[in-house]
Design a protein around this ligand. Structure first.
Ligand SMILES: Nc1nc2c(c(=O)[nH]1)N[C@H]1C(S)=C(S)[C@@H](COP(=O)(O)O)O[C@H]1N2
Ligand SMILES: [Mo]
Length: 320
């Protein structure tokens, strides 16, 4: 995402290599030598990052056929090497750097206005939730898009587990903060950790999906392992990665991008072809892989499932 005060902050890898990153890289390179990965001109040709994830035995999970794409699934070889994850860099080639993120142990804090506050380990959470696969489109605010088979569970199931009190109106999500492994978080002009928010009604909509896997495997780190959101009717920045905390609150959260540039990245961020970004059109999108251009659809084509959420809202910038 372009922000106005863009700075080139990435240190050369050799200048910022804490020991654990180094050892992770060593393991990663050893894996490549074993033939599961190959490097060509700095690009991965065959991604296979999730293989020693302890949740691997859970996948693949049954597909819920209710969600169709109207286009081909974007190949893993494309989506796993073109990622937005500012914690690891402001460009799209963060897949390798993201392998430094430790994803076990990993726990998620549920707190705020709920009956059952708790800290739950990711594997305990996976055991409790009904896992399924859904084909979803994903539309980045930068106008590229992809279509992927996410695995995970409906967020409404986790909301049930938390037991919200009647005053809870919003959910606030937070990503990990660990600048030792995520060099982007050393850049103090960003408001780390990454934060996102939803209304309770949005959070319990059927489409709102907590992602734990993709392509029939545990979620690879560059996609936001071990737990991320997928909100297919909103611009991609709302789909927060590597979640460590979900707080139930009566105050509307201020999200990471909103805090940086509220005039360009608002709270609602629903997809709409007729509402341009202040610096570019949103009328069409570019499909990753083929570079085909397609017309953008209102709510990214999910109008039927979500339009009711926004019907009576006045004076809200629903599409930015
Ligand atoms: N924590 C965190 N979550 C994030 C981001 C990020 O930089 N940090 N980028 C967002 C943006 S802008 C997009 S488009 C999607 C990209 O997801 P992908 O890399 O799996 O395609 O992740 C979203 N979630
Ligand atoms: Mo994005």
């Amino acid at each position: 995402m372009n922000i106005i005060h863009k700075r080139s902050w990435e240190l050369p890898e050799s200048a910022a290599t804490p020991e654990d990153v180094f050892w992770n890289r060593r393991r990663f390179l050893a894996g490549m030598a074993g033939g599961s990965l190959a490097l060509g001109a700095g690009m991965f040709t065959r991604p296979a990052f999730a293989e020693d994830d302890p949740s691997a035995k859970l996948y693949p999970v049954p597909r819920n056929e209710a969600y169709t794409l109207g286009r081909d699934v974007t190949p893993e070889s494309v989506t796993s090497v073109y990622n937005n994850f500012y914690e690891f860099g402001s460009h799209k080639q963060i897949a390798r750097a993201a392998q430094a993120l430790p994803i076990r142990p990993w726990s998620v804090v549920l707190d705020g206005m709920i009956d059952n506050p708790q800290t739950i380990g990711i594997d305990d959470l996976l055991a409790k939730m009904p896992l399924e696969e859904r084909l979803y489109r994903h539309r980045c605010v930068e106008a590229w898009s992809m279509a992927v088979p996410w695995s995970g569970f409906q967020l409404s199931e986790l909301v049930k587990l938390a037991g919200p009190k009647s005053g809870a109106k919003y959910l606030r999500f937070e990503t990990f903060k660990n600048p030792d492994v995520a060099s982007g978080q050393k850049q103090s002009w960003y408001p780390w950790p990454y934060v996102e928010g939803l209304t309770m009604e949005e959070a319990t909509n059927e489409l709102t999906f907590m992602v734990t896997g993709v392509y029939g495997k545990p979620l690879a780190k560059q996609f936001g392992a071990p737990l991320r959101l997928a909100l297919p009717w909103k611009y991609g920045f709302k789909s927060i990665k590597s979640i460590v905390r979900i707080s139930f609150t009566d105050k509307r959260p201020v999200s990471f991008w909103e805090e940086i540039q509220a005039s360009e990245y608002g709270f609602w961020a629903n997809v709409n072809p007729k509402v341009p970004h202040p610096r570019w059109s949103q009328a069409s999108e570019r499909l990753l892989g083929t570079d085909e251009r397609r017309d953008t659809l209102l709510y990214n084509g999910y109008e039927e499932q979500v339009a009711y959420l926004y019907k009576d809202m006045k004076n809200e910038k629903l599409f930015m």
